[in-house]
Design a protein around this ligand. Structure first.
Ligand SMILES: [Ca+2]
Length: 499
């Protein structure tokens, strides 16, 4: 039986590998050699800004007709590469030589902020002191605030008659071939935390999260009341979860998700009005008290205290540039979440020109929280243009670029981690309008759109899955475990392993 299974497994693997090899239109490689440097071989004199003692020389060259030569101390040349973003890895490579022993030359790359100022800690250099050409390379990751990269050739000190030569320089974004996106989040169901789960069960679930490269466990600990209170019974299993989850995967971060769905309430005539309690002192104090308990004081289980790493707020429905929500976030930041690194908030997206969260509002929120999690789903129905997988993919690209631009302009360290959908078709029962259909809104199209946003310069920290229970097949009584296998495959192939 076992041997038979093993054989089937091997056969299946071979088939998949062969199919990919035979039918893939491109070779299975992510390495795209896109050198960002203009005139990297010093043949045309384009792009290089002379800082002194710099000229093109035919005397010593690595390729073509010329190399760069620098024959004075503190001399050299540079060029600036625009549209750089923080947190991206590049490979700097180049060839260099000197005419005499004792002479040195360097090829360097330096991270600059949007004003062109050097950023401390953002430099990499390659040193050349041999009389024959050598090739050297180094990888580096751009530091926070990076907006440009300056690449240069330079000589600090020149010996008498000394000349340094440089040729064939490249600056290429590091290609990723396997685990490219691993800062991901999963939205976990409340029933995992409402009562203690068996340790073995917790371990299995945490392993599944690891396999799908999930780092942030978004643990639904219950629904806040109108006054911002939370019944402790709705997280009676959280302490035990924390104990066994941390043992099984210490690298996974547990974030308590506080849900609220009464941002609008009905008045006596049945009309929806903004909830007047929301964002006010009492409400904020109540929420703060819960956060204080979960993050600082800890919750008891078996004689020990356990704490969550941070808090995620999901306050719905969203109102346009909601001042009260901003108040609540700021209050928590100034109190129980002061100095906390895992403070995140759910955010809305829209396909139209009118946005619930304007660019300026996103900027302000980004200066308060550590992570913004746009919920990019439930965008179908009524007269929505989101009626095809492609339209949905485009929504991801445009909205995530907008969010990223606003967050980057806030100049803080706020991360963008949007959420992808993996759940069944949803309809407004009374009127039969479908507002979520997995044929249109799915992981495949979401990932495609997100990768496009990233390639357009958006700074994406990771992606989330809403919700995890359906995605991983945790409710076999509702549908077969295999129902979401395709989504799992797309998650890994189109997002986690995609460059
Ligand atoms: Ca050359």
């Amino acid at each position: 039986m076992f041997a038979n299974q093993l054989y089937r497994c091997a056969f299946l693997f071979l088939t998949i590998t062969l199919c990919r090899f035979l039918f893939s239109p491109f070779p299975i490689s992510y390495a795209i050699d896109e050198n960002l440097i203009l005139d990297p071989g010093f043949e045309t004199k384009q792009g290089w800004n002379n800082w002194g003692g710099f000229y093109m020389s035919p005397a010593a060259k690595n390729s073509g007709s010329f190399a760069a030569a620098v024959d004075q101390a503190e001399g050299g040349a540079g060029q600036i590469i625009d549209a750089a973003v923080p947190g991206k890895t590049y490979i700097l490579k180049g060839n260099g030589s000197v005419n005499r022993i004792g002479q040195e030359g360097i090829i360097g790359a330096e991270c600059l902020d949007k004003n062109g100022k050097r950023i401390p800690g953002g430099r990499v250099t390659l040193t050349f002191k041999s009389t024959s050409f050598e090739e050297k390379s180094a990888s580096f990751t751009t530091v926070p605030d990076t907006a440009h990269i300056q690449v240069y050739v330079y000589v600090y000190q020149a010996i008498a008659g000394g000349v340094s030569y440089f040729d064939d320089i490249s600056l290429v974004p590091a290609s990723c071939t396997y685990d490219c996106h691993t800062n991901n989040a999963a939205f976990l169901p409340n029933d995992w935390f409402a009562e203690p789960q068996a340790p073995a069960e917790i371990e299995v679930r945490v392993k599944q999260l690891s396999q799908m490269r999930i780092r942030y466990q978004m643990a639904d600990v219950g629904m806040l009341t109108e006054w911002g209170m939370l019944d402790a019974r709705s997280y009676a299993g959280l302490a035990q979860w924390l104990k066994y989850s941390k043992e099984a995967a210490p690298d996974q971060v547990v974030i308590a998700v506080l849900n609220f769905n009464q941002r609008l309430t009905k008045d006596e005539n049945g009309n929806e009005q903004p909830n007047t309690l929301f964002g006010k002192e009492t409400f904020n104090q109540n929420v703060n008290q819960i956060v204080q308990k979960l993050v600082h004081e800890g919750i008891f289980w078996d004689g020990k205290l356990y704490r969550v790493d941070g808090v995620h707020l999901d306050m719905e429905p969203f109102l346009t540039d909601d001042r009260e929500l901003e108040n609540t976030l700021r209050y928590l930041r100034e109190h129980a979440l002061s100095g906390n690194r895992y403070f995140s908030v759910a955010a809305p997206v829209q396909y139209g020109g009118e946005k619930q969260w304007s660019y300026e509002y996103i900027q302000r929120i980004a200066s308060i929280v550590n992570q913004i999690n746009p919920m990019v789903y439930d965008q179908m129905g009524w007269d929505s243009p989101i009626d095809s997988p492609y339209a949905y993919q485009t929504l991801w690209t445009t909205e995530m670029k907008r969010y990223s631009d606003a967050i980057l302009s806030a100049k803080g360290n706020c991360q963008l981690l949007p959420i992808m959908p993996a759940y069944e078709r949803r309809t407004v029962e009374e009127i039969g309008v479908v507002y979520h259909d997995p044929y249109v809104e799915n992981i495949y199209s979401a990932a495609k759109g997100l990768v496009n946003a990233s390639q357009a310069g958006a700074n994406i920290h990771g992606a989330g899955i809403f919700w995890w229970a359906t995605f991983i097949g945790d409710y076999p009584e509702l549908y077969p475990r295999t129902y979401y296998l395709l989504d799992q495959e797309h998650w890994m192939k189109e997002w986690v392993h995609h460059s």
